[in-house]
Write a protein that binds this ligand. Structure first.
Ligand code: ATP
Ligand code: MG
Length: 589
């Protein structure tokens, strides 16, 4: 491709709304343009790089035995109602009406469609296992689209869905996808690593996200350098000790705390109750019912863990009015001490199987770190009063104990507690592998007859890669002050030939044309910068766009029979003009 015939609208400055480096570079290098917030056009060079990422993903999916198909972006809402996600994922669904006032959904993902397809087409264990994937446009009504392609409203995703006869078989497939992901990101030139991920409402152990470390990432990853443990902070646990028990026996005592409504205020004069001796009482509304959460005063509630516990992501903190209605006081004076609760609160009665019944009774979930704690202070459910000498087991009727806190940096690792402690870093989630189990197959009827003739739901997994996000993650990771440094595998063009003069009959231009023709004939993707521009402008643009190899041809060096080869981000190498093509080919290998 000749530069003058290409379309590479580079920019000296990035538009003001581009906040992070990779977003700026995507715009400055002329790869994408914004149509609206979170909605972008891929310009020709951007599209070339995007297609390369897609192709790597496609090859590795095929190699792992997955089958490519293409599902519609326009989906009927009925299947979303069937799966239950019309409500639970409702906030990200783009909905639209056709001329007959019928509602449609723009696909944010395709578990419903593929499961409905499998339900109709798969009937026997002989047809399993199957793993289907597609690379297609997805739509999500993100609350905060930002950072360019990182969090867009419209983006390209590879999504795969596996169907297996058993849990064990599903795990084999999961591992195949996990391994394929490692290959994919390595081939894209990305340093991405797997971390244990939140399994949310579905539960189970099998969920990993592939993370690219980056300060601008929206995720936090907790990791241990000693043993390699790594988990999304939504999921991470640590070996932090439980709350130290004090001498038991002291009677519970109410005391006045006028105007004190924060953990911090209570930790100061005249009360001086350290945060780690306080119980924080939180009220959440889930399914329009209140639930009480108890966390140690110096800990933070992890809402992802809470979602797993209560079985829905549709919940919110209660308003002050709802707190008053539930417990009788405003936030700041709340507590769960049984004697200070309304009669409906506490452990719900057991049903015939001895399990607590999930009835209208107020549920109290406490964080494991509080188990056995005594001598604690908590709100008295009366504005301006607290209790001291609270013993959790004696004074509070906890419905159930869970890990509900968020890990912080420096805590001991649960696996190797004597080592240096956990660290936290920010990262970009580029891919996600997830064992779904039978949630969707049961709801949408994807069942099969096993060898014995018994009908069973298929065991599913789903596996996503943000293709557009991955592309931007490459840029976020591979750049310098001058621009992008494309890994060869995903560069829009591998080589840029830069003649310093472009007079048609000059020796410089003739050589440039010859190297261009020879490299092209050898299958190399080359761009020839035939613009009549100053060398400085051309070099700047080539560095900005980030071609892995630049071949500079100028009169001066050519007088010595030489051209200059410069790997992007590497040192200039003068080579004999007649060996230039071979030298480039060697660098490409
Ligand atoms: P996030 O937590 O970042 O919102 P997610 O966990 O909801 O992502 P998945 O449903 O797991 O995303 O989708 C699979 C992949 O699609 C993600 O790993 C990510 O790379 C990509 N992705 C998800 N949402 C977006 C988006 N709004 N813009 C660009 N890529 C996205
Ligand atoms: Mg995810």
């Amino acid at each position: 491709m000749k530069w003058t015939q290409a379309f590479i609208p580079t920019l000296r400055e990035a538009p003001a709304d581009a906040e992070i480096l990779s977003h700026k570079l995507l715009l400055r290098a002329g790869l994408i343009r914004k149509l609206a917030g979170g909605v972008y056009t891929f310009l020709p060079l951007g599209l070339r790089a995007l297609r390369k990422v897609e192709q790597i993903v496609r090859e590795e999916m095929d190699r792992a035995g997955a089958l490519e198909l293409l599902m519609p972006a326009l989906q009927p809402p009925e299947i979303w109602q069937q799966s239950g996600r019309y409500e639970t994922a409702g906030n990200v669904l783009f909905k639209l009406k056709d001329s007959g006032n019928r509602e449609w959904i723009l696909s944010p993902t395709a578990e419903e469609v593929i499961t409905a397809t499998a339900a109709a087409e798969i009937n026997s264990y002989r047809q399993l296992p199957k793993n289907f994937y597609q690379i297609s446009v997805k739509f999500r009504d993100e609350i905060r689209p930002r950072f360019g392609l990182m969090r867009a409203r419209e983006f390209i995703m590879k999504d795969a869905y596996s169907f297996d006869v058993s849990d064990e078989a599903a795990q084999v497939c999961y591992q195949k996808m996990y391994d394929a992901y490692a290959h994919i990101f390595a081939r894209c030139g990305l340093k991405a690593f797997p971390v244990e991920a939140d399994t949310g409402v579905i539960g189970g152990k099998f969920s990993h996200e592939f993370m690219v470390p980056a300060e601008t990432g929206e995720n936090e990853v907790v990791y241990c350098e000693a043993c390699g443990y790594a988990a999304n902070i939504e999921k991470a646990t640590s070996g932090i000790p439980k709350t130290a028990a004090r001498e038991a026996g002291a009677a519970i005592e109410k005391f006045a705390t006028p105007g004190v409504v924060t953990i911090e205020a209570l930790s100061k004069e005249p009360y001086k109750v350290p945060a780690n001796r306080q119980i924080k009482t939180l009220v959440y509304i889930a399914d329009s019912k209140p639930v009480i959460i108890l966390i140690r005063g110096d800990d933070q509630l992890n809402e992802a863990k809470l979602a797993g516990v209560i079985g829905t992501t549709v919940f919110r903190p209660a308003t002050p009015e709802e707190c008053v209605a539930t417990l009788g006081a405003k936030p700041g004076s709340l507590g769960a001490v049984a004697s200070a609760l309304k009669s409906s609160a506490g452990v719900p009665p057991a049903n015939s199987e001895g399990r607590p019944e999930a009835r209208a009774t107020l549920q109290i979930f406490a964080d494991e770190r509080l188990r056995g704690a005594n001598g604690m202070t908590t709100g008295a459910n009366e504005d301006g009063f607290h209790f001291r000498n609270v013993s959790i087991e004696r004074d509070i009727k906890v419905t159930q104990w869970f890990d509900l806190r968020t890990v912080t940096a420096g805590e001991p690792c649960a696996k190797c507690p004597d080592k240096s402690g956990l660290k936290i870093r920010r990262a970009i989630e580029v891919g996600h592998v997830f064992k779904l189990g039978t949630k969707y197959s049961e709801k949408l009827g994807a069942t099969f007859l096993d060898e014995a003739g018994t009908r069973k739901p298929a065991v599913m997994g789903c596996y996503g890669i943000g293709i557009t996000r991955t592309l931007q993650a490459v840029i976020e990771q591979c750049n310098d002050k001058d621009g992008i440094i494309w890994p060869l595998s995903v560069a829009p063009y591998q080589v840029c030939i830069t003649p310093l003069g472009v007079a048609p009959d000059s020796a410089v231009m003739k050589l440039a044309e010859k190297i261009y023709a020879d490299l092209t004939a050898r299958g190399v993707e080359v761009i020839l910068d035939d613009r009549d521009e100053r060398p400085g402008v051309k070099f700047k643009d080539a560095d900005l766009v980030g071609f892995p190899i630049r071949v500079g041809i100028g009169e001066k060096s050519l007088a010595k029979g030489e051209v200059e080869i410069k790997p992007r981000g590497g040192a200039l190498q003068p080579v004999k003009a007649d060996t230039a093509v071979e030298a480039v080919i060697k660098l490409l290998k």
